[in-house]
Write a protein that binds this ligand. Sequence first.
Ligand code: NAG
Ligand code: NAG
Ligand code: NAG
Ligand code: NAG
Ligand code: NAG
Ligand code: NAG
Ligand code: NAG
Ligand code: NAG
Ligand code: NAG
Ligand code: NAG
Length: 384
Amino acid sequence: MRWATILISLLETCAAVSTVNRRTCQRPSNKPLNGCPKNTLLVGPGQNFPSIQSAVLSLPNDTSAYNILILPGNYTEQVNVTRPGPVYLLGQTSFPNDQTKNTVNVLWANATGGTLSTLDNAYTSVLTVAPTFNASTTGAGPTGNPVPADTPFGNSDFRAYNVNFINNYAPYGAGPALAVSVSYANTGFYYCGFYSYQDTVYIGKLGNAYFYRNEIAGQTDFFYGFGTAWIQSSLVSLRSCGGGITAWKGTNTTFVNKYGVYIHDSDVKKANSSLSIAGKCALGRPWNSQHRSIFANCYLDDSIQPNGYIEWSKTTPRVDFNTTMAEYKDFGPGWNVTGRLASNVSIVMDYAQYKPYSTLEKVFQYPFSGKFGNTAWIDRRPDR
Ligand SMILES: *[C@@H]1O[C@H](CO)[C@@H](O)[C@H](O)[C@H]1NC(C)=O
Ligand SMILES: *[C@@H]1O[C@H](CO)[C@@H](O)[C@H](O)[C@H]1NC(C)=O
Ligand SMILES: *[C@@H]1O[C@H](CO)[C@@H](O)[C@H](O)[C@H]1NC(C)=O
Ligand SMILES: *[C@@H]1O[C@H](CO)[C@@H](O)[C@H](O)[C@H]1NC(C)=O
Ligand SMILES: *[C@@H]1O[C@H](CO)[C@@H](O)[C@H](O)[C@H]1NC(C)=O
Ligand SMILES: *[C@@H]1O[C@H](CO)[C@@H](O)[C@H](O)[C@H]1NC(C)=O
Ligand SMILES: *[C@@H]1O[C@H](CO)[C@@H](O)[C@H](O)[C@H]1NC(C)=O
Ligand SMILES: *[C@@H]1O[C@H](CO)[C@@H](O)[C@H](O)[C@H]1NC(C)=O
Ligand SMILES: *[C@@H]1O[C@H](CO)[C@@H](O)[C@H](O)[C@H]1NC(C)=O
Ligand SMILES: *[C@@H]1O[C@H](CO)[C@@H](O)[C@H](O)[C@H]1NC(C)=O
């Protein structure tokens, strides 16, 4: 590691320590705001802010930082964050390092399948972090919905700790049903849960997202987008199989970044033992031929097909020289090197191929500041 890198990460660590003191704030007590930073807002039943969105809407549209502490509960609402300044959502909990014990659920039920397929997926999301509605849209075609050129970058540092986002429209893939949608924004999710069946996680244009010790559950194309997502030490839960786990797209608006979805040191497993999906789930498929996804150092259970990734479809394979559907050092019963090599679509990377995507600084390049990109919005020590 170079000295400059060490210095940058020290500075980032100090910045994070001074702005977040999440454990003392998240600890349940009679005076919930004890131990929280001064300007923390309180959300809960019977409080001034009964919903998360009412607290978010009360914040000034500027660059100042706010924490929002959320008391235990099931909040049925959509949460949209457009402001540029840091917003940290903290779920109250005695177990800040255990996602399975989260007490805060944000629920919404919407999907754009069937007769509603003319509506953009943007309408369905439980949480949206984007500067404008149009910036958050998926659209169609190789470049998606055009985002007006003068659209500003949205939130510079959005975080959620110990919050579950659940789109419970249907208990099966019934069209796009987003749990989270991120565009033109930097977002970090720590000990969070994301649940739906189709298109669960959308990281859109110029969207940056870091997931640490989350559970992300889905069935069909449940990580999709144009942006850049890094999933670290998380649980990817297979609720059935359909499409692929990842379905990424490159466009001329995302080439400024090392766009793609990078899943590291995570477990990819069926959601429970009653599912019979051995050998049926694909790691991913190309939403367009510039798809880029890498599963690195992941444990794969036997749900994963021997061939790993698949073509988009037989008639529209969308696999060419630009397609990166790759793995690096995966293991477990779902890892089959013979099957991968025979597939003609899965790339088994060696270190030289993997290296350009091997660190946060290498993939999060936009908005650019400094030699190593800009990752100050990532909490490097969320367990403290
Ligand atoms: C918030 O401020 C930005 C930057 O000044 C501006 O582009 C945007 O329209 C404002 N949003 C709202 C909802 O006022
Ligand atoms: C939220 O809903 C779930 C499922 O209905 C329930 O088990 C849980 O107790 C609820 N949580 C709170 C804090 O009310
Ligand atoms: C989803 O939300 C949109 C926008 O509010 C609405 O028009 C549509 O009917 C909703 N879809 C479902 C299935 O509820
Ligand atoms: C959040 O954004 C979606 C998509 O634009 C919209 O349908 C919904 O009404 C918004 N919700 C709130 C609470 O602003
Ligand atoms: C948003 O996108 C739609 C569809 O492309 C377009 O008709 C509309 O003018 C755009 N709105 C803004 C504010 O740019
Ligand atoms: C197992 O997971 C599937 C998919 O989420 C769900 O439909 C089913 O109810 C779960 N079964 C049990 C026994 O939890
Ligand atoms: C990207 O391509 C689309 C469609 O070809 C074009 O309309 C748009 O201006 C291009 N955007 C950039 C940033 O080059
Ligand atoms: C790969 O992508 C580049 C940039 O979009 C494009 O010019 C080229 O034609 C693509 N190559 C293939 C084989 O599709
Ligand atoms: C691995 O893949 C090969 C080629 O597809 C297949 O013949 C073999 O049965 C697979 N092995 C396992 C353990 O699934
Ligand atoms: C991979 O390519 C080889 C050589 O072209 C071909 O024989 C084989 O059938 C292909 N495999 C698949 C799974 O398409």
